[in-house]
Write a protein that binds this ligand. Sequence first.
Ligand code: CP3
Length: 347
Amino acid sequence: MPDKPVTKPLLRTLAGERCAIPPIWLMRQAGRYLPEYRAIREKTNSFLDLCFNPKLAAEVTLQPIRRFGFDAAILFSDILVVPHALGQHVTFEAGEGPQLDALKDPEALNRLRIEIDHSKLAPVYETIERVKPELPASVALLGFCGAPWTVATYMIAGRGTADQLPARLFAYRHPEAFSKLIDLLIEASASYLVRQFAAGVDAVQIFDTWAGVLPADEFRKWCIEPTARIVASVREQFPRARIIGFPRGAGTELQRYLDAVPVDAVGLDWMMELSFARDYIQPSRTIQGNLDPLALLAGGAALDHATDAILETFGRHPFIFNLGHGILPDTPISHVERLIARVRNHV
Ligand code: CP3
């Protein structure tokens, strides 16, 4: 926690300091594009077994640091361990993504625990404790959780959906029950993040991957307010907790999000226009982003141009280089190497 002197570039940037070379890490940097990840994944039965195996999860967390020397490691886990710890049945089928026993109606909420079962998450906290001493002094360790809205979309649909329609309909049809679910997730997520800080993470990111599908009023109710409550609750325990928000697709609502949610930095998606973000977002907050993951997959001139545009637009103020969403599994390693070299050699 931030009692020690802040020397890690990522933490300095979160504190509002500009680093001459911006810190860089990539969302979903531990994953299938890495052969060493696939080798470990093949040895485990299920994805959740890997998440709950502290030795292997620590190893997978460290893999991208060893290979690329990123400025941050992100804990290897998943946002859906929270529904798991709330008693929902969660599995990951190969090639199909997550499967949960869908919450079809308000009564289904009664199947959930009334609070998070930390004993189910103990392996995650142990992973943090194992990773911490293995990291170079300059590398920050990030924890994370999903934002309540995004996690609720999976809990209600029972799977990933293209349009998050089941959760949106549920929220319109059963606003009271939906609000109860969001409240439960606010408490669970805040308490989960507090435990991650207690175990040793330097900062956390709150992933609201599906924030962008909501109309403005719903966005305020289900994304802004819950995230603000999580941040407040975490800081009751850890007043200086460093937190990055990632309300993907927030668009014109981003300013309102930042007015209400005192995150230290905001992750921008790749749809966000650069000069708009520089002029209207960067003056108030450290920004993180926002290379199109497809440009990284494509490589070559497309990658170089997109990288330079980001560096030139955001480079004069506190800024963390990242993607605008997670790295795609088919991304060549050489493209990641090329990106990092370009970011670190840019003057
Ligand atoms: O490297 C890291 O960023 C740390 C680990 C991490 C994973 N998932 C590992 C993972 C993190 C931070 C996440 C977050 C996550 N998980 C989000 C939010 C960010 C985003 O990408 O939008 C969401 C929506 C999920 C839910 C989830 N997990 C889905 C929809 C899927 C299936 C699709 C897919 O990407 O595979 C997962 C599985 C998952 N989570 C994998 C990994 C490495 C692949 C599983 C495998 O190896 O078989």
